[in-house]
Design a binder for this molecule. Structure first.
Ligand code: NDP
Length: 489
């Protein structure tokens, strides 16, 4: 066991290090079970201090009143510094959620790209002059929401926190981030870099701590003007209820149980690769994981055999090892949750075709490892097919025709993403339009662009992040009527 770090890392309040007086929080490395870092956590009093500082900075206009190109310059500088610190940021994330260093590096680079993108958007986004009507003009300007609370999960903190911080700051808001208690290190490190790049004092805070204490105090605080949340649907519903009581806007990116569809006329090799990556990249710990696979009956066995062979060949190993395809799951508790779902699937008559167990061997003994698991024989109404497992578990179901497919694919409370594999583009288009999902991939999966709006239908969320309109999420439009009649002295 490595020695735990000597001093817990402080909070960041109003851009400055600040001691937290809540209980110290240990971040656990899921590859070893060791404490990888320790964090001071906030109490409701520190939440209050951060909100007051943010509100005061907003009212002073230190960030809100900067010209767009001035804000953009600072966000570009943040992007440059984040890219320079790729290795440090990637290592922090790897030690807290177990993703391979290769994937963490890619996510740190994506975080830098996100800041670059929103710096550009900030400089180019315009207000509007609406259709002239007689002797007055109507102008629409977009003003920052005010003090924005950002709450994030543990699976991809680098990308997700950048996806909230960059547009919220680009829009001119003061921002308070509450990262997951499992991965506080990424948000703290990103925010420190952003402050060093020139975001003024008072504008940015990061409060480590639990959702029950810090998250709850933040969403209830009267000084918070807007909440942007990514996480589970149950938590999202609780937060939305609190936001509704205060009548403040609330953007929600929630869970998914995404259907991945293979028609008999698809390129089967490419489809099997796409389906495999769609669920087992990041070990299914991804909101868009294609966790329910629907295969047209004539090619069912051909696809399943390819997937089972790929699952058996997948190399689990230490996240630092470049030859590991995947590391451990993000935590020991999460592995137990995945195991409970696999046990449930067995009880419901599911046949385990691959995985369904922890890997054997000394290299895996101390980590939260779990084999990629493929299950057939379940009904689409079984719990493993309906509830988000958020782990490396793929349920495979056959379908007979389009009507049967659409009925099954859309028979879910979620609506985040979906994938379709076919050589018939007319059919692909037809199906894509009928699927109830915020993102549909055709002959590809998990392709993501910062320029494309992202979010969920049904219980997968409210609002869309990313894209040029992603900045608008953090603004409120104001219409100004300017009379041209007799206005001159
Ligand atoms: P949770 O909903 O448990 O937690 C998300 C965040 O909310 C954490 O920071 C958590 O703090 C905080 N939180 C928990 N309870 C409260 C509360 N009462 N008030 C305020 N904040 C609270 O999700 P997980 O962290 O377990 O993440 C996994 C989930 O995230 C999955 O369902 C997944 O689908 C979803 N997700 C969605 C994405 C999307 O874009 N649609 C992307 C990635 C993940 P703490 O950690 O301390 O509990």
């Amino acid at each position: 066991m490595n020695a735990p770090p000597e001093m817990p890392a402080p909070l960041l309040i109003a851009g400055e290090d600040a001691p937290g007086t809540g209980p110290v929080l240990d971040a656990i490395d899921p590859a070893t079970g060791d404490v990888s870092a320790r964090y001071q956590t906030a109490t409701p009093a520190e939440v209050d201090a951060a909100v007051h500082a943010a509100r005061a900075a907003h009212e002073r206009g230190v960030w809100r009143d900067k010209k767009p190109h001035e804000r953009a310059t600072i966000l570009f500088e943040a992007a440059r510094r984040i890219a320079d610190q790729t290795e440090t940021l990637a290592t922090i994330q790897m030690r807290q959620n177990g993703k391979t260093l290769t994937e963490c590096r890619a996510q740190a680079k994506a975080a830098a790209a996100t800041f670059r993108y929103f710096a550009s958007v900030c400089e180019t986004l315009e207000g509007e002059l609406t259709t002239p009507r007689g002797d007055y003009l109507t102008l629409t300007v977009y003003e920052p929401a005010g003090v924005v609370a950002l709450i994030t999960p543990w699976n991809s903190p680098l990308t997700m926190e950048a996806q909230k911080l960059a547009p919220a700051l680009a829009a001119g808001n003061s921002v308070i981030l509450k990262p997951s208690e499992m991965t506080p290190g990424c948000g703290l490190a990103l925010a420190r870099i952003v402050c060093e790049a020139g975001v003024p004092s008072g504008v940015l805070s990061v409060l480590s701590g639990t959702g029950a204490i810090v998250g709850d105090a933040l969403v209830r605080h009267a000084g918070v003007s807007m909440i942007s949340f990514t996480g589970g649907t149950m938590t999202g519903r609780t937060i939305a209820r609190l936001a509704a009581e205060r009548l403040i806007p609330c953007a929600l990116e929630l869970g998914g149980k995404s259907p991945h569809i293979v028609f008999a006329d698809a390129d089967l090799d490419r489809a099997a690769e796409g389906v495999f990556g769609g669920i087992f990249d990041a070990l299914g710990q991804s909101c868009v994981a294609g966790s329910r696979l629907f295969v047209e009956r004539p090619v069912y066995r051909a696809i399943v055999d390819r997937l089972v062979a790929r699952a058996e060949a997948l190399r689990l190993g230490p996240p630092t090892d470049p030859s590991s395809d995947q590391g451990p799951l993000a935590s020991f508790g999460h592995r137990e949750r995945v195991e409970r779902y696999v046990a449930l699937a067995r009880e419901d008559g599911g046949r385990i075709l691959a995985g369904g167990k922890r890997p054997l061997g000394s290299v895996f003994e101390r980590g939260a490892y779990y084999r990629p698991t493929i299950i057939e024989g379940l009904d689409n109404k079984a719990r493993a097919c309906r509830e988000e497992i958020f782990g490396p578990v793929l349920c495979v179901l056959p379908f007979d025709d389009e009507a049967d497919l659409l009925a099954q694919a859309n028979d879910t409370s979620y609506g985040l993403a979906a994938g379709v594999w076919t050589r018939d583009t007319v059919k692909a288009w037809r199906i894509a339009r009928r699927l109830e999902a915020g993102t549909v991939w055709i002959n590809t999966y998990r392709e993501l662009s910062i320029a494309a709006p992202f979010g969920g239908m049904k219980e997968s969320g409210l609002g869309r992040e990313k894209g040029r309109q992603g900045v608008r999420l953090y603004t409120q439009p104001k219409s100004i009527y300017l009379s041209l009649a007799g206005g001159s002295p």
